[in-house]
Design a binder for this molecule. Structure first.
Ligand code: MN
Length: 719
């Protein structure tokens, strides 16, 4: 609808801005041009009334970004995304709006660019630049997002002058630390060089013009010699019938500055080198040209590098050699094919140009990035070199890690699939052990959700929290897993000791005794006999159900004192609160809940298992090990949620299950699990495990289920 004016040929008012972009798109067919025109119209309408700091209409910026991508001969979707890249951030449009108008791929690209733009590097530490670069790449599923973002940033760098000095410095620093290295990693040399020179000029407003002036001056001195050498090379090539372009080459300002700084060379030492690039049409020609050049001037030993046979990590290919000119001046020569030259200038972007003409829009872009990598891999294979070198690029593009922020802005690197629990343990073991919840991008989130690159994660802890055994089912880092296991073991020990103490105290009471009756000599002897080193070890053993409290009690007190009433054990039942932790379990066969008559059974190594006193499993155990059973009762009042099993017969109608779930949750119970089976065509049998407070609560749930007409028969499962 926004586009109607533009889509009717001949009707559209002349628009110089759009026209200049369209003249760049000679490599597009009509359909692709039309898509770009539509995106332009949408963006223009969206940015209507917005202006850049320079006073120009805002739309000039997205058009310029699209122009940078068109220079690299990028595809239509990238250009559309470039035109729309600020629409989500600055205007009132959503990703869905863009998806409706232009499809999901373009919407994903725009969204990806907005996400990267939203990261605030300013508040972060400089030392973490490397992690930022990784994060930006890890956030990107489609490599074109990076290309659009790099172009966006490049245009901002080109128009930096209108900003205030502080903002200028910030953007320049960011470009040098984050974006120039990313461009380099993707082999996009032209963009990297421009980032570096613009960033250098903005950061060093004194030094940069000085070097620029010196270069200009030196250029004047060098001019004659450059011409002489170039002519000599061209002449030799034509003598040998070798067709090639010879280009004089100058170092860019930032690299001169870097060389002066890091290699401690003087300006004239750096400028005294004469550089040329020779571009031809085949690999074979490259080597022949090299031979001819080595014949013309004497090569300096040790300076020849064959990056055609063994390309650089980002896919760069060329032959490099340094020669001694007639007056002794060093001459640096690069020889490469046109395709290698495009790769050297535009890196991964060149891949679109060279490999995509016949298959625009057919493949997903991530597979294109993979193809680029495959290309690198093949280069390496033919070179017979180790494959390690591309690992760095591969990891960057298809990372096995996620990068997330701490609330203070530090970046943590975690394996893919890592959760807030892994994050917490990576921060500190104590943070992990005490964590109870997480806030991800300021929103409360379950601990089990896998983290995404770019998120900010905050861990909420409380003093008395302890690890949950369930965490082991989703924590992925070795550190988190071993810390959880360790803490649980420790926790189980202290809980076992507490239970053992209670059990022993009860046993002493049944002999009408208390702790004072324990004789130190007997205690020592007992520990020795049982091969235990501390009294806590003994209590733990009792709590774990490995030893029977009455037997131990009898050993610990003086003979003769205790014999009256050994059978009185059941007079004061042990109170169950449900919060005892890892040493009290509720039997899965009968699932007792508060209000049910219960019996405790000491299960060796596990602690105490609570059964319904009518549980059939228990009655077998009772016959075999009566000494392991213990009178227990529910404490009152009792808090928490207890699981009960229900068997529900229902009419086989549409939506009964949803209906059932609604009733259950409306009555304040939680559904732990539901299994549905069919009895016959008319009836379904549902086995549900519900979390309830107590028997009365469960009765209320059952009553409400009965009231719903589809439930025919409901029974509680008791083993
Ligand atoms: Mn922008």
């Amino acid at each position: 609808m926004l586009t109607s004016v533009q889509t009717e040929p001949g009707v559209a008012a002349p628009d110089p801005l759009l026209d200049s972009l369209l003249t760049q798109l000679d490599y597009f067919n009509t359909e692709q041009r039309q898509l770009v025109i539509q995106a332009y119209a949408f963006s223009q309408a969206a940015h209507q009334g917005q202006y850049r700091r320079s006073g120009e209409p805002y739309i000039t910026h997205p058009v310029a970004v699209a122009g940078i991508l068109a220079d690299m001969k990028m595809d239509a979707q990238s250009l559309m995304a470039a035109l729309l890249h600020d629409v989500i951030e600055d205007c009132l449009f959503t990703k869905e709006n863009i998806a409706q108008e232009f499809g999901h791929t373009v919407a994903d690209l725009v969204d990806g660019v907005s996400k990267i733009s939203a990261i605030n590097f300013e508040s972060r530490k400089v030392q973490q630049a490397e992690n930022f670069r990784k994060m930006v790449l890890a956030m990107t599923k489609d490599i074109r997002v990076i290309l659009v973002k790099l172009s966006d940033r490049l245009h901002n760098m080109r128009t930096l002058q209108v900003l205030n000095p502080e903002k200028r410095r910030r953007i320049a620093t960011e470009s040098l630390e984050i974006y120039a290295p990313i461009a380099n990693r993707l082999g996009m040399n032209n963009i990297r060089v421009e980032f570096e020179d613009l960033g250098f000029a903005a950061l060093y407003p004194m030094r940069a013009p000085l070097i620029k002036k010196a270069v200009k001056k030196a250029r004047g001195h060098r001019k004659e010699l450059m011409h002489t050498i170039e002519a000599a090379i061209e002449q030799r090539l034509s003598q040998e019938n070798l067709t090639a372009r010879v280009i004089g080459r100058e170092k860019h300002l930032y690299s001169i500055y870097q060389k002066m700084k890091t290699q401690r060379k003087s300006f004239s030492q750096i400028m005294d080198v004469y550089g040329f690039r020779i571009i031809t049409d085949s690999v074979n020609m490259c080597y022949r040209i090299l031979g001819a050049i080595h014949n013309l001037y004497k090569p300096i030993p040790g300076r020849f590098k064959d990056y055609i046979a063994i390309p650089k990590a980002n896919g760069y290919q060329s032959l490099h050699t340094t020669l001694k000119g007639s007056s002794g001046v060093p001459i640096e020569i690069q020889v490469r094919t046109e395709e290698m030259d495009a790769m050297a200038n535009n890196g991964i972007a060149a891949h679109w140009l060279y490999k995509s003409e016949t298959q625009f829009n057919k493949e997903t872009q991530s597979s294109r990035a993979r193809e680029w990598l495959k290309g690198l891999l093949e280069l390496q294979k033919s070179a017979g070199n180790s494959l390690e070198f591309i690992e760095s690029v591969k990891i960057d593009l298809f990372p096995d890690e996620v990068y997330v922020f701490t609330p203070k802005g530090n970046i943590l690197e975690l394996p893919v699939g890592a959760t807030a629990v892994d994050f917490a343990y990576t921060v500190h073991t104590d943070v992990g052990n005490r964590c109870i919840a997480a806030r991800i991008d300021n929103r409360l989130s379950p601990l089990s959700v896998p983290l995404q690159s770019g998120q900010t994660v905050e861990i909420i802890t409380t003093k008395n929290a302890c690890p949950n055994p369930l965490w082991l089912s989703f924590a992925v880092t070795a550190r988190a897993r071993s810390s959880i296991r360790h803490a649980l073991k420790h926790q189980q020990r202290s809980e076992s000791i507490a239970l053992g103490k209670t059990l022993l105290e009860k046993a002493l009471q049944s002999f009408h005794q208390n702790w004072h009756a324990i004789l130190p000599a007997k205690q020592k002897a007992t520990l020795k006999e049982l091969n235990l080193s501390t009294f806590d070890d003994l209590l733990e053993d009792i709590g774990l159900g490995n030893r029977m409290a009455p037997l131990i009690a009898r050993r610990l007190i003086a003979e003769g004192d205790h014999m009256e009433d050994a059978a009185a054990t059941t007079s004061h039942p042990l109170m169950i609160h449900g919060t005892e932790g890892l040493v009290i379990h509720f039997a899965k066969c009968c699932r007792p809940i508060p209000g049910d008559p219960i019996i405790g059974f000491l299960s060796p190594g596990k602690g105490m298992v609570i059964h319904l006193d009518a549980c059939r499993n228990l009655s077998n155990e009772l016959k075999e090990h009566p000494d392991k059973c213990l009178a227990v009762n529910w404490a009152s009042p009792i808090e928490g949620e207890f699981l009960a099993g229900l068997r529900i017969e229902m009419e086989n109608k549409r939506g009964v299950l949803a209906n059932l779930a609604t009733i259950i949750s409306d009555s304040g119970a939680n559904i732990e699990s539901i299994h549905m089976g069919e009895k016959d065509a008319r009836l379904s049998i549902i086995h549900a495990v519900l979390g309830v407070k107590h028997r009365v609560h469960l009765a209320r749930v059952i009553k409400r289920l009965r009231a719903a007409q589809s439930a025919i028969k409901i029974t509680r499962i008791k083993g």
